[in-house]
Design a protein around this ligand. Structure first.
Ligand code: MG
Length: 203
């Protein structure tokens, strides 16, 4: 889209940094971004967004969470799971298409490893008042390979493992993060659109 910010154009990691603010260390080969050393963070910060991400899981090794694991962390805190969920059972809220640890996907529409898959995500951040009290929770709608897998899913708080911590006040805009889970998941064609939520959903 003409108003999209291209976060990965196939050429370089100019829109990304590592956790310490240094150049991101993921590999770029054949116009593809390959999950490698450390989580990566966008240099720009985002709140309400539409996000498009294409990804491809590597040939299967291991099972459950040890197969094609990565993640898209909205605001660096709220994970849309990336996993090879093709004929690979795992716990429901850890499946591809899950809001990790909180909401299983509405369907498993995973394609086999080696095939490109597409996420289209609409995310509204949580809001806090000036005292840091939660006013409204984060909410996400997610399409995976063109199929609705999260329908206005209201998040209980930031993503964690086996735990649902409460919200803690944070800025209205924060970087987007891609997770390094030691699996060479490939990414391409990542873009994001910022917009304002005109009629806030009650949540
Ligand atoms: Mg993950």
């Amino acid at each position: 889209p003409s108003d999209a910010i291209v976060l990965f154009n196939g050429a370089d990691l100019s829109e990304w940094r590592d956790a310490k603010g240094q150049p991101a260390q993921w590999k770029v080969e054949k116009r593809e971004l390959i999950e490698s050393k450390g989580d990566i963070f966008t240099k720009k910060e985002f709140g309400d967004v539409q996000l498009h991400v294409e990804f491809q899981c590597p040939p299967p090794k291991g099972h459950s969470q040890e197969r094609g694991n990565s993640g898209i962390f909205l605001m660096g805190k709220y994970e849309v799971q990336v996993l090879d969920s093709y004929q690979n059972p795992t716990y429901a809220d850890g499946t591809l298409g899950a809001m990790y640890g909180q909401h299983p996907p509405l369907a498993n529409v995973a394609r086999p490893p080696g095939e490109w898959q597409v996420y289209d995500i609409v995310f509204h951040p949580p809001h806090f008042d000036e005292n840091g009290t939660l006013k409204s929770r984060a909410i996400a709608t997610v399409f995976l390979n063109g199929v609705l897998v999260q329908d206005n899913a209201v998040l209980t708080g930031p993503t964690d493992y086996m735990h649902r911590p409460p919200y803690k006040a944070h800025p209205e805009k924060m970087p987007l993060t891609l997770q390094d889970h030691d699996h060479p998941v490939k990414f391409r064609n990542i873009w994001i659109r910022e917009f304002q939520e005109l009629v806030p959903t009650k949540r």
